[in-house]
Design a protein around this ligand. Structure first.
Ligand SMILES: *[C@@H]1O[C@H](CO)[C@@H](O)[C@H](O)[C@H]1NC(C)=O
Length: 406
């Protein structure tokens, strides 16, 4: 568990978008010894966010975003461990002016894969899709609401099925659980398009798709802080000054232990208790509802070119290790981008508690994967012009997994 830090710096009133990151730096870090890798936890704190975790075995250069208050501490830690560093970004606020420009007015845009969209636009897109299948005798497309967020946005999922009463196996896919990982959302919507085109996918399964698990956080990344990674709820004792829970730490398996924080001000805050958040409850509801009918569960994230399976909370693979690994090989081979395959705790070099995929696996579901979509050198800041090629590649991976379990 991380130490409790609460800095007044992160609760200052914000006027311009991303202003909170003024003076923040991003350091590139390269591990060269196993000792450095093993002591990675010494570089972590509630106020340091890794755009990319460094990894020796996988040859991954790490990127740590550090607030000015922590420059001396962080550099001292690096020197103690002898870790090589270079300054990648000298001021994140200035950097984001270029990488995260204020968008043009967004009225009545056509929905395609050349840009990112606001939550309302995504909901409109889903409604249009539903209407276009309203008179189709073979395919049902439903939008189902399960509760609302703390800021009163509808929490919805799509259900796509054949017009039949037969009970069929289910595939569940979630995107946007970490809201700054925008690329996951077009990736899942493109998957919906491909499913609707391919009769074999519809013949074999009912599809449940949660396009944006965390809409409050997602909207906040558009309006206030591009790199926000939690929800916007205020249940903790510090809720008003430090809102939000990391939804992918709020599930009950090994809750609030590894890579989690009990500080509401941390980006890794695990919540007041497991399943405290409406977003977590939505995913739990799907598992309660579909249970072991669920043949495949995918969580889309954007932590940089990894295809992982449980466990994340302990350094071991779950009982389905062989099936997961063989299916994963098919997916990795199908994708053009380079994806690293393995058990999450091993691939990331550390454990994480309370994740959605571990929760699903612990409920007896067979195939469960995280697809951590490739990055483009600056964490989750994926240029809009690259959306199309990335989401097509993600579909290659998803379709390979689905084909191998049909
Ligand atoms: C930091 O790492 C990124 C991604 O690997 C790379 O594109 C960038 O050039 C590096 N910056 C420096 C200053 O080395």
């Amino acid at each position: 568990m991380l130490l409790f830090y609460c800095s007044l710096a992160i609760i200052a009133v914000v006027s311009a978008k991303n202003e909170e990151y003024m003076g923040f730096r991003v350091y590139n870090l390269t591990f060269s010894t196993q000792e450095q890798q093993d002591k990675f936890h010494l570089l972590k704190s509630d106020l340091i966010e890794f755009w990319q975790r460094p990894n020796l075995q996988r040859n991954v250069v790490g990127q740590a975003m550090v607030p000015p208050s922590h420059f001396p501490w962080f550099e001292e830690q690096l020197e103690k461990l002898g870790i090589e560093r270079s300054l990648h970004v000298t001021d994140v606020f200035e950097f984001l002016k270029e990488k995260d420009p204020t968008p043009m007015l967004r009225n009545n845009r056509n929905f395609d894969y050349t840009d990112f969209y606001r939550y309302n636009e995504i909901l409109n897109h889903l409604n249009t899709l539903k209407e276009s299948y309203a008179n189709n005798p073979n395919i049902n497309v439903d939008i189902i609401q399960h509760g609302v967020t703390d800021q009163n946005r509808p929490l919805v999922y799509l259900k796509i099925s054949r017009a039949t009463t037969a009970i069929r196996p289910v595939v569940i896919i979630e995107a946007g659980i970490i809201p700054n990982e925008w690329i996951t959302i077009p990736a899942v919507l493109n998957t919906v398009d491909r499913i609707l085109e391919g009769s074999a996918y519809l013949d074999a399964f009912d599809w449940i798709v949660v396009p944006v698990v965390n809409p409050d956080g997602y909207e906040y990344t558009h309006t206030n802080l591009r790199l926000w990674s939690k929800s916007r709820s205020t249940r903790s004792n510090l809720g008003i000054i430090c809102p939000g829970v990391n939804i992918n730490r709020n599930f009950d398996l090994d809750w609030s232990h590894f890579d989690s924080s009990s500080s509401p001000c941390s980006h890794l805050y695990a919540g007041v208790e497991p399943f405290s958040e409406p977003e977590t409850k939505l995913l739990k509801h799907l598992i309660d509802e579909y249970g072991t009918r669920t043949r495949l569960y995918l969580s889309l994230q954007n932590n940089g070119g990894f295809l992982t399976y449980p466990w994340h909370f302990e350094k071991a693979a779950s009982g389905m290790f062989r099936q997961h690994h063989l299916t994963g090989i098919d997916a990795v081979n199908a994708m053009n981008e380079n994806y690293i395959l393995g058990a999450a705790s091993v691939v990331f070099g550390e454990r994480a508690s309370g994740t959605s995929v571990d929760y699903v696996r612990s409920n007896g579901l067979l195939y469960t994967f995280n697809i951590d979509i490739v990055q483009r050198g600056n964490g989750v800041l994926i240029p809009a012009g690259e959306i199309r090629s990335i989401v097509d590649d993600v579909w290659r991976g998803i379709s390979a997994i689905v084909n191998s379990i049909i």
